[in-house]
Design a protein around this ligand. Structure first.
Ligand SMILES: NC(=O)c1ccc[n+]([C@@H]2O[C@H](COP(=O)([O-])OP(=O)(O)OC[C@H]3O[C@@H](n4cnc5c(N)ncnc54)[C@H](OP(=O)(O)O)[C@@H]3O)[C@@H](O)[C@H]2O)c1
Length: 321
């Protein structure tokens, strides 16, 4: 464990009530951290500079793990690109600047795989992060979050500010967002299968051609990776957090249909975008620098996700409680 952190450190987790946040709080609590601070969006709108100042003066964190973000799938990114840019860029900008003024000992920033160039060489390696423009549908989101990396590197150079930056691939697991207007592909497919089963429908319709590929990291593994980086990593270079396993959206849809016991057809709506053509991370740096290696198999992770979904699904509303 670094000298800048102890189990009693006052650690604020922005976005603690979100999908990743809830799992991270659980992992840190189980590991014995006793002074976790969990500001909610209702307490502070972290895209507003005055709220960020108030957050630092009222909560007095020593370390910030910044997870809060406006997040969504391709549709949400396409329909709200300005909000995705503004909200995410301004949160990073103000939290880092005010965190420097407040004298934080460490700032852990969670970025996204959406920051990678659209056609980055597979597997995506951290040194290729600036080798091109991101895929258009998620560029405002990916670039807004990527600016925090630039800011942290500049602050490290000029002020010696200890900020680290992690790049998680697509996450999934229990507690994911199942709201169809903003969900990612795995919860969207699970919900579609469930609704089709309930309605006795013979097919589901899925966006795109199915040829794009994605990599998925189980959310508990992501929380473990974040905790290891918090405890062991103190360098300005960004680090991927992933499982290193790539799957096509077509294979993913079939896998989920089988696990959900949906026996109908999958129709591909090719008028809708595929998003980034391929996604698969080189995960060696995380293993080398702070000993992180994803351990949950995709089949087990999906089974756990579906089990959680079934416990929380409300057939009346057609959504998750
Ligand atoms: N999920 C993924 O697949 C994935 C992949 C790569 C990286 N990430 C990154 O991981 C982090 C967590 O993602 P997630 O999936 O857990 O997202 P999430 O479930 O949507 O949680 C985001 C959290 O941020 C809060 N928030 C949003 N805007 C805020 C604001 N202006 N002020 C204060 N709080 C605000 C939200 O509160 P409200 O809900 O109350 O608005 C929520 O608690 C994000 O930084 C995301 O970019 C996620």
């Amino acid at each position: 464990m670094d000298s800048c952190i102890s189990k009693q450190s006052r650690i604020a987790i922005t976005g603690a009530s979100g999908f990743l946040g809830q799992h991270l709080v659980k992992a840190l609590t189980n590991a014995g951290y006793t002074s976790l601070l969990c500001p909610t969006h209702g307490d502070y709108d972290l895209s507003m500079p005055n709220d960020v100042r108030r957050f630092y003066s009222e909560m007095r964190p020593q370390i910030v793990i910044h997870l809060a973000a406006l997040v969504g799938g391709i549709g949400a990114n396409q329909s709200h690109p300005a909000e995705f840019f503004y909200s995410n860029a301004s949160m990073g900008l103000h939290l880092i600047e005010q965190g420097r003024i407040a004298g934080l000992t460490k700032f852990v920033c969670v970025g996204t795989v959406c920051a990678y160039p659209k056609y980055a060489t597979i597997p995506f390696t951290e040194t290729d992060l600036w080798a091109g423009y991101p895929e258009e549908t998620n560029a405002p989101y990916g670039l807004a979050k990527k600016m925090a990396l630039v800011q942290l590197q500049a602050y490290r150079k000029q002020y010696g500010f200890n900020g680290i930056y992690l790049l998680p691939v697509n996450l999934y697991g229990p507690g994911d967002n199942f709201d169809p207007s903003s969900s990612h592909v795995i919860p969207a497919l699970i919900l579609k299968c469930q609704r089709a089963i309930n309605a006795g429908e013979e097919f589901i319709e899925v966006w795109g051609t199915g040829s794009a590929s994605r990599e998925f990291l189980y959310v508990e593994d992501a929380a473990k990776g974040l905790m290891l980086a918090l405890e062991r990593y103190n360098s300005g270079e960004p680090v991927n957090l992933g499982s290193g396993q790539e799957i096509s959206i077509r294979d993913l849809a079939h896998k989920i249909a089988v696990l959900m016991q949906f026996n109908g057809k999958i129709n591909w709506d090719i008028s809708k975008p595929d998003g980034q053509p391929r996604r698969c991370l080189n995960t060696q740096m995380a293993e080398r620098e702070f000993g992180f290696k994803a351990s949950t198999s995709f089949d087990i992770g999906l089974a756990n996700t579906i089990e959680w979904f079934r416990k929380n699904y409300d057939p009346g509303s057609g959504g998750v409680k």
